[in-house]
Design a protein around this ligand. Structure first.
Ligand code: ADP
Ligand code: MG
Length: 574
């Protein structure tokens, strides 16, 4: 169905045409007519399905000359980027409709400028809940004329802790209004909001993500927990995406990985919620204009960001939620282009989680071995042939070739030297996967063990897999060589084979875990934490804490957190 089959004004149709939209997306087809009628709507569909136009077009259409100077539509978005992006797109829909004013308000930007814009009489205000609340409190945003409230990415706004703000905004606006909610998922908290604040809402649901996922080739690679960064470097070297997104589950991991990639010559930049607005805008712009080739991001920071032409998505960390996986890989393969998604997994448990994702998305995720050095050299050669053959014929260098020939270097030799220099530049510093580190003797059954003490603990949201990953990475030993891991508030103890303890201490100072510098010492039974020296009371206190948190379970259950479960990891996300 095309836009011009709807009862839209000429001004809007012209704007839509100028944007190059012809066919409506499914969510647009289903929700625009309802919204034009003033219905309350619950819209469910995935990233990249055109939700901004789905609610933006009716919003612009609803403004009439009588609304001059009044705010009649309020749109809430989870992040500044999304608010800015929605504002830009809605402005485009309003381009030919005279007198429609829009304004975006979000944190981390000048209050004065926003107040100035609001004073000029914005009809449509798009903002993040926190900043919108700010403006309401200062009475620089008045809601008495509001007719429509739209919650975009409602689930994400709740995830980000905006529930109170949202509820207080909804409680504040005239009750005779249209309330519209878009969300990728429908957790109970969302249903509670729709029940409380919507009036007979119509559900519009676009079935699963198959449509987006179909065009994306999906692969996974198994690697040791501590070798994920090296594995990623190999994949980047092999596939050479000119525009790629890499997803991590924590902000600290984004920083650490970005640093690592930059150090190895990749044009990478990180994006997460702790960065200043101005930095984030810079990063986004450089990614959009392809100065930055690799964008490393958390799910929240990347949510809904609209970039076209992403060749590949890499899941450095397995997403904590099936829906996130779809969101992530949906960044590639947009608008009918094919794309690729590569996921790194470590261990059986993650393989299991990956199979669950596969079921959920109804799409095959194929296993691939990591490319090795010779694969990459072959791929690089292939690329060089393409590159050189696509260069335009050019005789400028002939005089240089003549001079070289006079020195006894013929053109074939000259070309070979240049080519091998290029090849070396791209492949010389590739990480080695086999036998790069001396193979250490592992923990044998019955062999004597000691404990090492690491100066980081639960207060830094550390999970056992972070500890194990860092140890494996720093020592080159296998995960099986390490024994029991006990995480306390401010430190962690790990059982290690006594015969290797000296080597382990040597190779782990310095060591970073999840972005934090840590110190590793032999454990004397006297931790430096809050319960210095008294192991039993600390454990007792710890047990009581967990017992309270997890309810009445056996002691062995309460302490069996060696393998972190998905819920716990979910708390860690950026
Ligand atoms: P969502 O909010 O669902 O993630 P967006 O509203 O950001 O999706 O839209 C994703 C991209 O698709 C944008 O670049 C938008 O301009 C484009 N788009 C939206 N609707 C259409 C359409 N009907 N035809 C072509 N492109 C569209
Ligand atoms: Mg959106």
């Amino acid at each position: 169905m095309q836009f011009n089959e709807l009862n839209l004004s000429q001004e809007i149709l012209r704007a839509v045409e100028e944007l190059g939209f012809e066919e409506m997306t499914e969510i647009q087809q289903q929700s625009i007519p309802l919204l034009l009628e003033g219905q309350d709507v619950i819209g469910r569909s995935n990233t990249g399905t055109g939700k901004t136009a789905a609610f933006g077009i009716p919003a612009v259409e609803s403004i009439s000359p009588a609304d001059r100077g009044r705010t009649t539509v309020l749109i809430l978005c989870p992040t500044r980027e999304l608010a800015m992006q929605a504002n830009e797109e809605i402005r485009k829909f309003a381009k030919f409709k005279e007198g429609v004013k829009t304004s975006a308000v979000y944190g981390g930007a000048s209050m004065e400028k926003q107040i100035h814009e609001l004073k000029r009489g914005a009809n449509i205000v798009i903002g993040t809940p926190g900043r919108v609340m700010d403006h309401i409190r200062r009475r620089t945003l008045r809601l008495e004329n509001l007719r429509t409230v739209i919650l975009d990415e409602a689930d994400e706004m709740l995830n980000m802790g905006f529930r109170e703000d949202i509820e207080s905004i909804l409680a504040d606006v005239p009750s005779e209004r249209q309330t519209v909610l878009f969300s990728a998922t429908m957790p109970p908290e969302i249903l509670a909001i729709t029940e409380k604040y919507q009036n007979d809402p119509v559900q519009v649901k676009i079935k699963s993500a198959q449509k987006t996922v179909e065009l994306i080739e999906q692969f996974y690679f198994e690697t040791a927990m501590g070798r994920k960064t090296d594995a990623l470097r190999l994949l980047l070297a092999a596939y050479k995406p000119s525009s790629a997104m890499v997803f991590c589950n924590t902000k600290a991991m984004v920083d650490q990985l970005t640093e690592e990639l930059v150090k190895h010559g990749f044009r990478a930049a990180g994006l997460h919620g702790d960065m200043k607005q101005i930095q984030r805008t810079q990063v986004m712009n450089s990614f959009k204009n392809k100065t930055t080739e690799i964008l490393v991001a958390t799910d929240v920071a990347a949510r809904g960001i609209d970039v076209s032409g992403v060749d590949a998505v890499f899941n450095y960390d397995l997403p904590q939620d099936n829906e996130y996986y779809i969101h992530r890989i949906g960044r590639t393969g947009r608008a009918g282009h094919t794309g690729s998604a590569y996921t790194l997994i470590s261990g059986r448990r993650q393989l299991f989680d990956l199979r669950a994702i596969e079921k959920y998305t109804h799409a095959e995720i194929k296993e691939m071995p990591l490319p090795d050095r010779s694969d990459i050299i072959a791929m690089t050669k292939e690329n060089l042939v393409k590159q050189i053959s696509s260069l335009e014929a050019n005789h400028n260098g002939y005089d240089i070739l003549d001079r070289l020939a006079a020195m006894g270097i013929d053109y074939r030799e000259a070309a070979a030297r240049l080519i091998s220099e290029k090849l070396d530049a791209e492949t010389a510093s590739l990480p080695e996967f086999e036998a790069s580190r001396p193979l250490r003797k592992g923990k044998k059954d019955g062999a004597k063990t000691v404990k090492v003490d690491i100066s980081i603990g639960r207060s830094k949201r550390i999970a056992p897999n972070f500890i194990l990953g860092a140890l494996v990475d720093a020592t080159g030993m296998s995960g099986r060589d390490f024994g029991k891991i006990d995480i306390f508030d401010n430190h962690t103890t790990v059982e290690v084979p006594e015969s290797e303890s000296e080597y382990i201490l040597d190779s782990t100072n310095p060591m970073k875990i999840n972005g934090h510098q840590v110190e590793v010492k032999l454990y004397s039974g006297k931790p430096t934490g809050a319960f210095s020296g008294r192991k039993r009371p600390e454990r007792k206190q710890e047990f009581d804490r967990r017992k309270k948190a997890y309810g009445n379970r056996k002691k062995s259950d309460v302490f069996s957190d060696y393998v972190p479960n998905r819920r716990k990891r979910a708390k860690n996300k950026g």
